[in-house]
Design a protein around this ligand. Structure first.
Ligand code: AHR
Length: 514
């Protein structure tokens, strides 16, 4: 048994929980769009061709904002290909993922889907093969009320009302040599600045995200952010971060400590962004958009369908099966800790998008003409999106530790917490990284009124299985949330025992009135 002591104080808050922290991502990649969110022939299909079963799971997941249409895909994409009569849309080669794109699904279809799903659209533009002119054109098409060629074309194409898209990404991973139209930081910084200016001339109310680094391991990390922002600081509102984690053979300890890396990445980008602010004597803050994050086993587990892989025959296929990772209990615990890291930094990370929503490294899986189900990683996301409300609380943690190969001394217990004055609810999101031992957690509650436990759930290794247990077509509910027994609360403290390798949520409600 290991131990952890955590202290929270009602006065020690970090900021309000940002609604956009629970974002997701839909890319034209593999089966995320086609047979993921969109499958006209599916038994649950809506009249527009959206899969109702996936829509329901998206709502249950609690995604608030969804980035679209890429990812690497967007850097070779012409948005005009995806509007207008479907039978006249061009079929194109997508070089990013070596896929045949039919363009049956485009901007109108995505906006229609987002309305049914109740999510905000975060639209990425192509700054790989295109530039300022296409950037301002799509804003006019999407957001201008009418009376111009492009806004009237939107009406002709079926949407009389503007889409009113507020959030725009200025390209994708432009620091990566794999990106179509990859640029140096100076080239990209200037292009982002000019595209942003031209987009704002069309609609001054939009918010813009500049590409930061595609990972903290990039050779240009740091210099990239500083150079890009030295050009575009005044014109942008956010800088992006991307990170993917995976377990390497024989080192689960480092994988379980992935949030240590995420903390470091976030704190480094905050420092660099604020350094540019100080140097340029800018007043405003640029915040962080962690618009791609997840666990991703890009290690050849499904070798024939690796991203960009060309099949033996070299064929270009429509929506092939690509990186459909099957997530296990360990992955869910890691995702829970990554969410903790994002929430703990919610004063500066005000947008985050788990990549991706369905099939392609997604919390939701669906089969063509078949069912849709929740992966293990669905649960920590869904519960945090549902229950993290009000103020983010500072958590002071004294935990027993273990030695991880990559990050050294690592806390066995990981936590984030929120306090909602309106409802009187305090919510804890807890993880035990210990593979073998349960962890006894005591949380000192300073300045809180008497409360009772209204929810206690845990995701852990099922009794008849090991930490690699997962959900799949044959066993769709093997890994999920179960009641967490034994939690107690009194006027001073909450006491919880977390099983070995587990993620848990505990919610308290103030006892009010007589
Ligand atoms: O999410 C999958 C891919 O990962 C995205 O297309 C790209 O931006 C990143 O490298």
């Amino acid at each position: 048994m290991s131990r952890a002591h955590i202290t929270i104080d009602r006065e020690f808050t970090i900021g309000t929980v940002p609604t956009r922290l629970f974002g997701s991502f839909v890319e034209h990649m593999g089966r995320c769009v086609y047979t993921g969110i969109y499958e006209p022939g599916h038994p649950t299909a809506t009249p527009e061709g959206y899969r109702q079963d996936v829509l329901e799971l998206t709502k249950e997941l609690g995604a608030t904002v969804v980035r679209y249409p890429g990812g690497n895909f967007v850097s070779g994409y012409n948005w005009e290909d995806g509007v207008g009569p479907v039978d006249q849309r061009p079929r194109r080669l997508d070089g990013a993922w070596h896929t045949l794109e039919t363009n049956a699904f485009g901007l109108h279809e995505f906006v229609g889907w987002s309305r049914l799903a109740g999510v905000e659209v975060m639209e990425a533009i192509n700054l790989g093969t295109r530039g300022v002119d296409a950037a301002r054109a799509i804003v006019e098409y999407a957001n201008h009320p009418g009376g111009t060629y492009l806004s009237d074309l939107r009406k002709t194409n079926g949407d009389a009302e503007p889409f009113d898209i507020k959030l725009w990404c200025l390209g994708n991973e432009m620091d990566g040599p794999w990106q179509i139209g990859h640029k140096t930081a100076d080239e990209y910084g200037r292009l982002a600045q000019e595209a942003a200016k031209a987009m704002r001339f069309v609609d001054p109310t939009i918010e813009l995200v500049a590409c930061g680094s595609s990972g903290s391991g990039m050779p240009t990390f740091g210099a990239w952010e500083q150079t890009v922002l030295s050009h575009a600081y005044d014109e942008v509102d956010y800088v992006s971060l991307h990170a993917y984690y995976q377990e390497t053979t024989g080192d689960p300890g480092s994988f379980l400590a992935s949030a240590v890396d995420m903390d470091y990445f976030i704190e480094s980008v905050v420092s660099m962004t604020d350094a540019v602010r100080a140097r340029g004597k800018h007043k405003k803050h640029v915040n962080l958009s962690f618009d791609e994050w997840n666990v991703w086993y890009n290690d050849g587990r499904d070798s024939d369908d690796q991203p960009g892989a060309i099949t033996a025959s070299g064929a270009w296929r429509e929506h092939p099966r690509v990186i459909e990772d099957e997530y296990n209990v360990t992955d869910a615990v890691v995702v829970g800790t990554l969410l903790n890291s994002l929430l703990r930094h919610g004063d500066r990370v005000t947008i985050a998008n788990q990549a991706q929503l369905v099939n392609v490294i997604g919390p939701i899986r669906s089969e063509e003409n078949g069912p849709a189900w929740r992966q293990s990683i669905f649960w920590p996301f869904a519960r945090m999106a549902e229950l993290a409300r009000g103020q983010i609380l500072r958590t002071v943690v004294h935990s027993d530790k273990y030695e991880s190969r990559q990050y050294g001394d690592t806390d066995l217990a990981d936590v984030s917490a929120t306090w909602d004055e309106e409802t009187g609810r305090t919510t804890f999101f807890l993880a035990n990284r210990g593979l073998d031992d349960s962890c006894e957690v005591e949380v000192s509650l300073r300045g809180f009124a008497a409360a009772r436990i209204i929810r206690a759930e845990v995701l852990r290794v099922p009794e008849d299985a090991d930490r690699f247990a997962s959900n799949n077509l044959g066993q769709q509910d093997r890994v999920g949330l179960r009641p967490l027994d034994g939690a107690t609360v009194d006027s001073d403290a909450l006491r919880v025992t977390l099983p070995a390798l587990s993620w848990a949520v505990v919610q308290l409600e103030e006892v009010r009135g007589g």
